[in-house]
Design a protein around this ligand. Sequence first.
Ligand code: 4AD
Length: 492
Amino acid sequence: STFTPPFLQRLPDTVSTILEKSRKGELVEGAAVTVHGWVRSVRKQKKIAFAQIMDGSSDQMIQLVFLDPSIALDLKTGVSVRATGKLEVTPTRQDPYEISITDPIEILGDYASPTDLYPLQKKFMTQEYLRREHPALRFRTRVNANVMRLRSVAITALSAYFLQNGFFQTQPPLITSSDCEGAGEVFTVANSSSSSSAGEHFFGQKAYLTVSTQLHLESLMMGLTRVWTLTPAFRAEESMTSRHLSEFWMLEAEVAFTKDLESVMSIVEGMIRSAVTRMKSEGVLDQILSLKRMLEKQKATAKEGEDDEEMVTADEVSERWNTLVATEQPWKRITYEQAISVLQDAVAQGKVEFQHKVEYGESLKSEHEKWLARHYAQGPVFVTNYPANMKPFYMLPGPDGTVECFDLLVPDMGELVGGSLREHDYERLRGAIAASGMDPEPLEWYLELRKWGSVPHGGFGMGFERLICYLGGVYNIREAIAFPRWIDHCAC
Ligand code: 4AD
């Protein structure tokens, strides 16, 4: 038998453990059960009353039944309660387990002002409204709680892949002295007493919030061979799109002893496939789909103008999961040059019109990326070997003025992952830093890695919220993170 330390036994059962124990027969009809949770809804009739209780431990609720409705008099939506009663089992019903309450129940948290109305109404509330008006209460809604649970299970599933493949999880710093991407999107760190001098007083030099931990991860990789990390990344990007945040989480990995881009791409593909397969087998997709179907019903019955928020449908989410794992075939890989000609041909044949012109040497815009994934690849596609001048200084040069890099594009969203082989030669890296116009001084430590036993290597970074949007059918990236930050928005 397994040993459970006494302190672990002190927490009460959650709604999901009560339901699980009931399903397994560990709790039988008539067993005394204590539930803790928030009241989602109450229905009071003359001779009977019902309350739905939820605690976020899963998307499931449990129903309390009051044969004496006077016990339920003080119950209202949103209050937190503790209730003890007897388990009732009705095998023929969709939710076969409920709890019959005969003793008074304990209201643990009432409204601060008893005359106020609970702000989260039963009727449809847009995500935008919830985020703006009740940023701290939104995790009490099924949709937002589910996204937070998805983040949690996704991290477990991704971690499992790295564990199985000999990677160490590492913790690079978030305060740095350099701009990894060289794109000038760094936030400066300053202590409040020296805000006018950009933090130079505190650290004795300029300091920034990291835009990517890649450079430090390379240092760790040169001691540990295979490393990964999941950290916040910060970018002072002035974009207001549904794909950009100022603070987001990035999953990055770095591997030593590899000279080919294909092996880095195969790590990315293996990681996503294995994590998605695992989550699917755990019923994560089913949960998302059942919530989506509920929302679709709500949307269908909503009044004109009441719900015009864009939504990803259940069918679309299902298709996304399928394209990631359905076939044994590897995902498509094409070069940037091929991608340009595929796009140009499609335009010439009148198959598509783009806002931005498609031209070799120009970056792929979001509309191009989405089209390539949806129509050319009908699923994820790696686009490799972009021209060197479009990419950061650290990438290994490839043929014809390109670099050994890739972007992974997925339908509806575009870029999900970016990666490359890294320049591992000391002189060439120094030259690349100079050529990109960056100050080499803050990068001397990084250059030193190439001085002493450098090694061919590569790695990648995946936007974690983009993955959550994609898998969870979350339309706007602001709903894929608990407290989103973007330009002009940092209120709570
Ligand atoms: O393509 P990016 O800029 O690559 C890097 O930073 C590399 N140093 C990573 C590496 O190789 N270790 O960013 C990687 C990914 C993008 O593909 C995108 O998914 C996500 O990070 N991303 C953002 N996600 C949300 N909001 C933003 N502002 C993002 N910028 C990038």
